[in-house]
Design a protein around this ligand. Structure first.
Ligand code: FEO
Length: 385
């Protein structure tokens, strides 16, 4: 597949994987993207996951059409992209690796080989001339690991963006939900904590004339780039993407669920523009996390459990706080049959979130809903709509 006249796609689709990074369900698989730039010199951009190194090397060999690669640019050392380094360097002993100093250290730790003697250390703003193509390196620490850099091809105006602008899903799948749904789940799951670092890279990218984005996962982006850049700006600044309310609940015997669904109904009746409801025990946790960051207002409904809160809700809130959750309005619905403490515990967990307010309306259920609870839920809908 040609990206431009001189840039070829040599990545692979992973349809065997069950959990990406050992945690994320990927029913439509995963793509590990890699590219080769063919000029007077040839540069290969990253490698692939360990299960696909043979296939990737085959793709590379075909794209090279008898030529030898001069450079392997290693933008990111996470094994989904770096597992082919050793096989590549064994197959092409004259090739040089271009990577940041941190990446060379990680390379030694992962492969057991110190490649610095066969390498070029890239720093911010360094360039690599391939002929008419010149790669300019842009460091991107913590997007998603500290050694990450991106590469900008000044001739074709292509940004090789490492993990940024990636999404879940193999490339043989035309996602009917479009790019944003699985890109958002991927972003908040994997990079969500590092909004400030993503913002720093976006500022550097704004100075470049980018026509094409070649990420390490998901499709190559070559039109309407403002759409993707705007979403990344919203996500990394912890802004609200969608007006409305997201409700997250856990329920043991159905009473808390009843309250969550009544709130959904009341919000609808009051004209709330969009409502998302997640059962944290049954729905995909990463989907719930992305919804919490997508909406500006959220409601957490759970039971008191072991003088604490129900485990799925606890895990969910920890996912939010460890990703620097902020800029939100949060409401609580608690249920407790003898010593309700859930609202207090949830509030305590979220108190440190920046620029976050808590709803005035409190809903306290003492086992099953009462008329008073229904009236509280109506008031909560009025406050949150
Ligand atoms: Fe796709 Fe951070 O590796």
């Amino acid at each position: 597949m040609s990206i431009t006249k001189d840039i070829r796609y040599i990545g692979v689709n992973d349809r065997q994987i069950d959990l990406f990074e050992g945690m994320y369900v990927v029913p439509e698989g995963m793509a590990y993207n890699s590219y080769v730039i063919l000029d007077e010199k040839t540069a290969v951009m990253d490698t692939a996951d360990r299960h696909f190194v043979g296939e990737w090397l085959g793709n590379l060999e075909k794209a090279l059409e008898g030529r030898k690669p001069d450079y392997l640019v290693v933008q990111h050392m996470e094994p989904d992209h770096s597992s082919g380094i050793k096989a590549f360097m064994d197959a092409y002993p004259d090739a040089k690796i271009v990577a940041t100093a941190k990446a060379f250290t990680m390379m030694k730790n992962f492969t057991g080989t110190d490649y610095t003697a066969r390498g070029i250390v890239a720093k911010e703003g360094d360039t690599l001339e391939l002929g008419s193509h010149v790669l300019q390196f842009v460091t991107a620490p913590m997007v998603h690991w500290p050694e990450v850099m991106m590469s900008y091809d000044t001739k074709d105006k292509v940004l090789f963006s490492a993990d940024a602008f990636g999404k879940f899903g193999a490339l043989d799948f035309d996602d009917p939900e479009g790019w944003a749904c699985e890109a958002r789940r991927y972003y908040f799951g994997i990079v969500g904590k590092y909004g400030a670092q993503v913002q720093a890279v976006l500022k550097k990218a704004a100075a470049l004339d980018i026509q094409i984005i070649c990420p390490l996962h998901g499709p190559v982006l070559n039109e309407n780039l403002g759409y993707y850049l705007d979403l990344y700006n919203t996500w990394s600044s912890y802004g609200t993407e969608t007006d409305g309310v997201a409700i997250f609940y856990t329920s043991v015997y159905g009473h808390t669920k009843e309250a969550a669904l009544l709130l959904e109904q009341k919000l609808k009746e009051k004209g709330c523009p969009k409502i998302a409801v997640s059962d944290l025990a049954r729905d995909d946790m990463a989907e719930a996390v992305e919804d919490a960051f997508r909406y500006g207002k959220i409601v957490l409904a759970t039971t008191t459990y072991n003088a604490d809160i129900f485990p799925f809700m606890k895990e969910f809130i920890e996912h939010l706080t460890e990703r620097n959750y902020q800029n939100r309005k949060i409401a609580f619905i608690e249920n407790g049959s003898w010593a309700p403490t859930a609202a207090k515990v949830m509030k305590g967990m979220l108190e440190g979130c920046k620029n976050t307010t808590f709803a005035e309306t409190e809903v306290k259920i003492l086992s099953a809903m009462t008329d008073e609870n229904r009236e509280q839920i109506d008031r909560l809908a009025e406050e949150m709509k």
